[in-house]
Design a binder for this molecule. Structure first.
Ligand SMILES: Cc1cc2nc3c(=O)[nH]c(=O)nc-3n(C[C@H](O)[C@H](O)[C@H](O)COP(=O)(O)OP(=O)(O)OC[C@H]3O[C@@H](n4cnc5c(N)ncnc54)[C@H](O)[C@@H]3O)c2cc1C
Length: 377
């Protein structure tokens, strides 16, 4: 059936970023449609995520500001979504550990502890005996750790379900099976897919790792590429870990229901979102280094997702052409940055000004780098 619908704002992509933007807009009484190509929202990178909210970005630049803005906004977002949907996204602020098992990492953690402490983060240095007291399941080979008191996490599938239900409860619409192929600009904006068209005053591209393809089809420069991340799930004994722990680039975190997550790999494999035997073996090895008991257990599940990676560190957020907004390229930190991203996008669309200047998040800032890379390859 051919669909032709109209809204104030159409958001392309129903991952954590698109849903968070939509929710922030419906909270301000904006008429929103989320257009998602899959039969269900939140089934790509956002589903694969561990949902850790590690607040480490303290730089004075726009990235540091949006990270802080997001961290400050999380409790309100989680509570509001819970209230509107009846689904608890399990936002928990239990603190997190960054742990060293090598001398090299120990030295770098020492520097981070000093730096992050001087930047106002709640940090505490832990000696090996303190680590064992804090998290007995961690390896005895741990040499030192930083305890970040404000680290938090959400449970991604719940957050996604809660956001979708909350958007609908506030009058927003979610259109599934709509694969946007082109954005046509005129007085307003038309978003086309095969035979279907959505009309709006403004559009937000939040299509994750696929944003570049959509941009290219619409004459927009949006250099996002997919970076695969694999993760494992263990049915571990309850309360094995109290906090999310990063052990030499491997994260282990246990949910309220006892399920223990281990992640993740970083691989340039194009749009292949499957798991691999090598990736799973690597994660199992790293899991056993972090928590030796996991070496005795078989993972219950493995999965993978494609992170949307920008050309450099900054995601792409802002109005790239009149009434065409982007919110993509959040790479490893989509959950961490979702509330701040949603607020600045909603501010920009509804009030024409944003609390954080968005110049540094403009994709054109990466054009020279991308074109230089292409001519050099
Ligand atoms: C293993 C793993 C662990 C991670 N752990 C963390 C973590 O602990 N903390 C953290 O902050 N981040 C983490 N991340 C990163 C985080 O998951 C991503 O940054 C985030 O999910 C990106 O969200 P998104 O909405 O931009 O993309 P996606 O979730 O991929 O959503 C994009 C959506 O757009 C849809 N779409 C694409 N093209 C079209 C089109 N043409 N028309 C309509 N719809 C379209 C897709 O179907 C998809 O639903 C992790 C990622 C992985 C893979």
């Amino acid at each position: 059936m051919e669909r032709c619908m109209r809204a104030d704002v159409v958001i392309i992509g129903g991952g954590i970023i698109g849903l968070a933007c939509a929710y922030e807009l419906v909270r301000r009484d904006v008429d929103v449609i989320v257009a998602e190509r899959n039969a269900r929202v939140g089934r790509e990178a956002s589903w694969a995520s561990l949902g850790l909210l590690r607040q480490r970005v303290t730089s004075d630049d726009a990235y540091g500001r949006i990270a802080q803005y997001s961290a400050d906004a999380y409790p309100d977002l989680a509570a509001s979504v819970h209230e509107d949907s009846g689904i608890d996204p399990e936002y928990r602020r239990r603190g997190g550990l960054e742990v060293a098992v090598t001398d090299e990492k120990l030295a770098s953690l020492g520097r981070f502890a000093t730096f992050h402490g001087s930047r106002g983060l709640a940090v505490e240095w832990l000696e090996p005996r303190d680590i064992r007291a804090c998290e007995p399941a961690l390896s005895e080979a741990c040499l030192g750790a930083i305890l970040y008191a404000d680290d938090a996490y959400v449970r991604p599938p719940r957050m996604l379900r809660a956001l979708e239900a909350a958007i609908v409860a506030r009058g927003g619409r979610v259109v599934k099976g709509f694969a946007a192929s082109r954005i046509v600009r005129g007085r307003g904006v038309a978003v086309e897919s095969e035979g279907d068209t959505l009309y709006a005053r403004a559009v937000v591209i939040a299509a994750g790792a696929w944003s570049e393809l959509l941009g290219r089809g619409s004459g927009l420069f949006l250099p996002v590429r997919p970076v695969r991340g694999q993760a494992l799930m263990y049915d571990a004994p309850a309360e094995m870990l109290r906090r999310a722990c990063g052990v030499e680039k491997t994260y282990v975190a246990q949910r309220d229901d006892g399920v223990l997550l281990v992640g993740s790999t970083r691989e340039d494999v194009g749009f292949d979102s499957g798991t691999s035997a090598e990736g799973i073996a690597d994660l199992k090895r790293r899991a056993a280094i972090a928590c030796p008991a996991l070496g005795e257990m078989a993972p219950a599940r493995a999965w993978a997702g494609l992170r949307p990676a920008p050309a450099r560190r900054f995601p792409y957020i802002g109005e790239v052409e009149s009434n065409v907004w982007v919110a993509t390229g959040h790479h490893r930190y989509g959950y961490m940055l979702a509330p701040g991203t949603a607020r600045v996008v909603a501010d920009g669309i509804t009030a024409d000004e944003t609390p954080i200047p968005l110049d540094d998040f403009h994709p054109e800032r990466d054009r020279a780098r991308v074109e230089g890379d292409q001519s050099g390859s």
